[in-house]
Write a protein that binds this ligand. Structure first.
Ligand code: ASP
Length: 306
């Protein structure tokens, strides 16, 4: 299993332990993402997620089963505890697999998903503070976002991919990023591998980078080669044509459990394999089209913990 950001560590630990007991990739992915959604300290996913400019927490999530390409997704959903579970349930429907706004919230309510006010006191005060700061400075209102994205392989060689996020802090009401969009925020094919993205959705969705990485792995590239090629070529293309590229970080894994990461910012992520315990790594862009990946140092982990 590979997952974006250090916040995924506890979820990956829990889910990878269960994978050893032969649970499915889909179940493991849901366990890992729910753990992040339920944690009030993580301000960009689920409970405690930062609100939009109206002070409302709008959540996006998606689930994909790599065996049969079933996809379910929600966007702009409010007050539902576990968006990933709603997305997974939708992936089993024949029609109506991607629901937005009130429709997604109503579906979750009708189908017995737990309702919770997702705006914590802490997220509310961050919002109030940002409103004040924005009156005084040029600060970008959108600083503050991270998506939990997971790609998972199980003992029967099934794969799943999924995402969950509150999107950009201070986003406009109704704004949706890449995270619930197939091919952009996530993609998985159990005969090849899967990928997931985090970063500026407005730029990520221009490159369909999750699909592109899976396609390149299907052509025989290793996950690391595929991630480097897709992310840095697109980063260069955006920089050339538009002057700059937003933050883009992609994770991927193939059917052998080999993994890769590419990013144009400092990017922590978590990996657990058959032989390796869950571990936090930090990636950054190297020279040319390469990625430097190091295990997180004790100092880094201490700062993160704090
Ligand atoms: N990609 C997410 C979005 O644009 C945010 C993030 O992953 O940081 O909604």
């Amino acid at each position: 299993m590979i997952a974006t950001w250090a916040m995924a560590y506890d979820g990956v630990k829990k889910a990878s332990g269960e994978l050893k007991n032969n649970i499915s990739a889909a179940d493991a992915l849901e366990i890992a993402i729910k753990e992040v959604e339920n944690h009030p300290f993580y301000k960009s996913v689920g409970y405690g997620g930062l609100p939009n400019e109206q002070g409302i927490v709008e959540l996006d999530a998606a689930f994909m089963d790599g065996d049969n390409f079933n996809i379910g997704a929600v966007a702009g959903m409010q007050d539902v505890k576990n968006p990933i579970s709603v997305a997974r349930k939708l992936s089993e429907q024949q029609f109506n697999r991607f629901l937005v706004g009130d429709g997604a919230t109503a579906y979750a309510q009708k189908n017995g998903f737990e309702r919770v006010n997702m705006l914590t006191e802490s997220a509310k005060s961050s919002w109030e503070k940002r409103i004040e700061e924005m009156k005084k400075s040029e600060l970008s209102p959108y600083d503050g976002h991270d998506t939990v994205g997971v790609v998972c392989l199980d003992a029967k060689n099934s794969m799943a991919a999924g995402t969950s996020t509150s999107g950009l802090f201070m986003k406009m009401q109704g704004r949706v990023g890449d995270s619930p969009l197939s091919g952009s925020g996530f993609y998985v094919d159990s005969e090849i591998g899967g990928a997931s993205a985090t970063g500026l959705g407005e730029d990520l969705m221009k490159g369909c980078l999750s699909y592109e990485i899976v396609r390149l792995m299907g052509e025989g590239l290793t996950p690391q080669q595929a991630a480097d090629k897709a992310v840095y070529e697109f980063h260069d293309k955006l920089t050339k044509r538009k002057g700059k590229a937003g933050a883009m970080s992609l994770i991927c894994m193939n059917t052998k459990g080999e993994w890769g990461v590419a990013t144009n910012v400092e990017f922590p992520f978590v990996v657990a394999t058959e032989t390796e315990e869950p571990k936090i790594y930090v990636a950054r862009k190297g020279d040319g089209h390469s990625t430097i990946i190091e295990e997180a140092s004790q100092e880094w982990l201490d700062n993160h913990e704090e």
